[in-house]
Ligand binder design. Sequence first.
Ligand SMILES: N[C@@H](CCC(=O)N[C@@H](CS)C(=O)NCC(=O)O)C(=O)O
Length: 222
Amino acid sequence: MLVLYSNPLSSPANKIRFLLHYLAIPYELKIVNIAAGEQQQSDFLKINPYGKIPAIDDNGFRLAESNAILRYLADKHHSNLYPKNLEERAIVEQWLDFAANHISTATAKVMFNTYFYRLKGATKDERSLQDGRLWLDNYLPMLEKQLAKQAYIAGNNLTIADFSLLAALDAVELININLTPYPYLKAWRQNLMAESFYQDCHSSYAAAFKAAVGTMLDEATN
Ligand SMILES: N[C@@H](CCC(=O)N[C@@H](CS)C(=O)NCC(=O)O)C(=O)O
């Protein structure tokens, strides 16, 4: 059976869970305790030598990088979430890259410098925090423009780019990003979050985050 190495607080890992549930692919979930450094232990480094989750072991075939895993699983299961047509597929690639390079990177900068730096005993980087917020101010309007003219980010059909973007935006409540100025983006997100593939993973990222690290953050702050 497919094994997914994951953690409830990892958005790149959660996007794989969204896809697995959407496609009803059976899998075994192995939680990697990042706070305890399990991703750097020899057992996990055999799965992903550079020590990051998500990673999969599909009956001996091992793969890391969340977008590569999305493509592999969608293709393997002959899903139209990853179109075969060259141009349609290229548009999906475009929005996968956009979500990774402009949205996920930005939310990660803000999340790290709002919460995770305290848990890691690191120093808050104000410049990185402001960069992350500025990127979101710049790039969320582009998502809004797309979703004002079509139902999904890469066209009128759901694709793996939507799963990637949904995960990239999962922490918006925690970092106080107000989506009210982006009504189409907000509605797209709310609709997908109401679907069972999402609810199977968590009711919301904010709830999962608070359940997992709420008290640790209080302790780190005091
Ligand atoms: N580009 C990678 C990012 C993976 C990543 O940064 N994973 C984080 C968790 S969200 C991780 O494993 N961090 C552990 C560490 O850096 O030690 C992907 O999309 O899969």
